[in-house]
Design a protein around this ligand. Structure first.
Ligand SMILES: Cc1ncc(COP(=O)(O)O)c(C=O)c1O
Length: 386
């Protein structure tokens, strides 16, 4: 029997009650003063999260729309563009650039491994004409966080425009957009922001604006100049996802009430607890140690476990929804999301449910070792000392 669903996928994330209530209200005029005030507060709050003094644009789209806006505004057909990738979302970024006619130079690493700064430096040295570099901060498909500070520094030192997919990291994992030299950073409302899908957040530096004025890709809905001009009047060029803006507004309040440093520390704690629980249950963590993500944990199953059967049982019997693998890892791994409105008890619940399911699927007896490992991790006891 289950009464609530535990949404443990890496986005969309669970909506806290406060956010559901903030959205549950009559519609307002998106060109009136109330929306202008909300837009202004979202912009100011998001800038604090991005740690940027640059422009912050709010676009009505999922995260991919924000990424597409970066390519449409910065790249001209035929331009060489460097994409550093180590997973499915990096692949998608490369495909996006190719769709706009870019000559894509791929710097590729094995899935589960990070992009290496030294390799990026050499790669850029050989490609002096590639003005734009596309990086993925948190590779959600493999549960890995790239060393963004180092990667951005290398790209910036080589005088490139640094574009970062921070869809599944920003607001859950620290980023210092300006200090790290990031020209464009993109996130999506349905991740750590605790809001539903529908709004993309995009920061744009002075250097990026300069590049934007020269780039010749066709653009209309995602034209940054339009977004900026209208934002200065307290509006968006087109009808925005108003209920999502209500939610994002409240989500930002919640992030600030908790304190960003506490938010980041909580995500780190939940990641460690999830890793400990899965390991105790016989899963093998997929991402390289030292680069494991604080927002999503990826793991290969114990021998003999059918992942589709596990996910079905978890959903049907325990109300726990976890993700599977993507791209070439489809059917081969599990991914457990722990970003946004997630606490220790939620990790206990998901690990407990997996442990029960493993017994039902005749993989291992449910003797409490998963939950014990989570508890020990939360209490700061290394699992090995028990
Ligand atoms: C790293 C990353 N990039 C891009 C996306 C795509 O975002 P959306 O599905 O909001 O378009 C996601 C979504 O999970 C993501 O995790």
């Amino acid at each position: 029997m289950t009464f609530t669903t535990q949404l443990r996928i890496p986005g969309p994330t669970p909506l806290p009650e406060r956010i559901v209530r903030a959205m549950n209200r009559p519609m307002i005029d998106h060109r009136g003063p109330e929306f202008a005030a909300i837009l202004s507060e979202i912009t100011a709050g998001a800038k604090r999260v991005f740690k940027t003094g640059n422009d912050l644009l709010l676009l009505t789209s999922s995260g991919t729309g924000g990424l597409e806006s970066a390519v449409a505004n910065l790249v001209s057909p035929g331009d060489e563009v460097v994409v550093a990738l180590c997973g499915n979302f990096g692949e998608r970024f490369a495909a996006l650039a190719a769709a706009y006619g870019a000559d894509v130079a791929r710097l590729e690493f094995d899935w589960g491994k990070p992009v290496e700064a030294s390799e990026l430096r050499g790669f850029l040295d050989q490609r002096p004409n590639a003005r734009v570099v596309l990086l993925t901060h948190n590779e959600t498909s493999t549960g890995l966080t790239n060393p963004l500070r180092e990667l951005a520094r290398v790209a910036r030192d080589a005088d490139r425009i640094v574009v970062v997919d921070g869809v599944s990291s920003i607001s859950s994992i620290d980023i210092e957009t300006d200090a790290w030299g990031i020209d464009v950073a993109v996130s999506g409302s349905q991740k750590g922001w605790m809001a539903p899908p529908g709004l993309a957040l995009v920061s744009v530096s002075e250097r990026a604006w300069e590049q934007q004025s020269k780039a010749r890709s066709p653009r209309f809905y995602f034209d940054w100049k339009e977004a900026k001009t209208w934002a200065e009047k307290g509006m968006t060029p087109f009808t925005p996802a108003v209920p999502v803006a209500f939610a994002l507004h409240e989500g930002l309040r919640m992030l600030e009430e908790e304190g960003l440093d506490h938010v980041y520390e909580r995500h780190a704690r939940l990641a460690r607890a999830t890793q400990a629980g899965l390991k105790a249950l016989g899963f093998h963590l997929f991402a390289q140690d030292g680069y494991r993500s604080n927002t999503v944990t990826s793991a290969l199953p114990p021998h003999g476990l059918d992942i589709a059967a596990l996910r079905k049982l978890l959903d049907n019997k325990y109300g726990v929804v976890i993700a599977g693998g993507q791209g070439k890892m489809t059917g081969k791994m599990v991914r457990v999301g722990h970003l946004g409105a997630v606490a220790e008890g939620d990790v206990v619940q998901v690990i407990w449910a997996i442990e029960q399911a493993l017994e039902e699927l005749d993989i291992a007896p449910a003797d409490g070792r998963g939950v014990a490992a989570v508890t020990a991790s939360v209490q700061g006891v290394p699992a090995t000392s028990r």
